[in-house]
Write a protein that binds this ligand. Structure first.
Ligand code: UDP
Length: 240
């Protein structure tokens, strides 16, 4: 069924918290399974899928350093956390028959393969889901930037930002303001100047400078990921 979507290759970015369920921390296997099913349903359409998963459900560099840890060490711990999430997602996807590679920005060859651009492209061509783990491999960055970076390198057509508890970008916090309105479309510059919550500023700038559109949608909506690729449901597009 290739009629349903025109997308050929996309980047899905989710936060680590998307995998923790109601636990408030860590990995919740049924939730990982649920997200993996959403990914599979898009994979079934023949779309080539890149993924970046955050690590905030396990560890964030900033909170570590706020507790006195040296910042770069704390950031490396955060990057390790993203590898754990990636491995959990790989396991769930492969359990459903979707072939998948975890590709790390920091070498750990016994665990996963290192990032080699042309090799990753080849995996995608063979319809393997590629999960890019360990962020950019550098402290002081976030997995949002890793998603923007890899999406550019892999020539993805868009970055899909799968959010929890919100279906797009609002002019103000919809939980605090009844009159908050969702944008159908908003520019990168407006996101930056109004400091709207989409991705961090360096990731937005990287997307803007390379004309990479973002789609912000609700990952909690069953079937939402597949629907969005067919242009259904509510979401916000961020473009030039
Ligand atoms: N991190 C990093 N460099 C990167 C990506 C991530 O140092 O390129 C670290 C950083 O400490 C961050 C943590 O990994 O706090 C987890 O990533 P992130 O906060 O982006 O996860 P999310 O909020 O999406 O779950």
């Amino acid at each position: 069924d290739t009629q349903e979507t025109t997308f050929k290759r996309v980047m899905l970015k989710i936060s680590g918290e998307a995998l923790m369920g109601d636990q408030g921390f860590g990995l919740h296997p049924p939730t990982v399974e649920r997200v993996a099913k959403e990914v599979k349903s898009v994979h079934d359409l023949g779309v080539e899928i890149c993924m970046v998963i955050g690590g905030g459900n396990i560890f964030r560099g900033l909170s570590g350093s706020a507790q006195g840890m040296e910042r770069t060490t704390a950031d490396y711990m955060g990057m390790m956390a993203t590898v754990m999430n990636a491995l959990a997602m790989q396991s769930a996807l492969e359990g459903m028959g979707v072939f998948c590679r975890v590709i790390t920005a920091i070498r750990m060859d016994e665990v996963a393969e290192p990032y080699i651009r042309r090799r990753a492209v080849r995996h995608l061509e063979k319809k393997r889901v590629c999960i890019f783990a360990a962020g950019t491999g550098n402290p002081y960055f976030t997995t949002d930037t890793a998603a923007a970076l890899r999406a550019n390198e892999m020539a993805c057509e868009t970055i899909l930002m799968g959010k929890n508890g919100t279906d797009g970008v609002y002019d103000k916090d919809p939980r605090a303001h009844d009159d908050a309105k969702r944008y159908d479309e908003v520019s990168y510059d407006e996101v930056l100047s109004k400091n709207l919550k989409v991705m961090d500023a360096s990731a937005i700038a990287l997307a803007r400078d390379n004309n990479l559109p973002l789609i912000v949608f609700n990952l909690d909506e069953p079937g939402g990921f597949r629907g969005i690729l067919a242009g259904k449901g509510t979401y916000t597009r961020v473009t030039g």
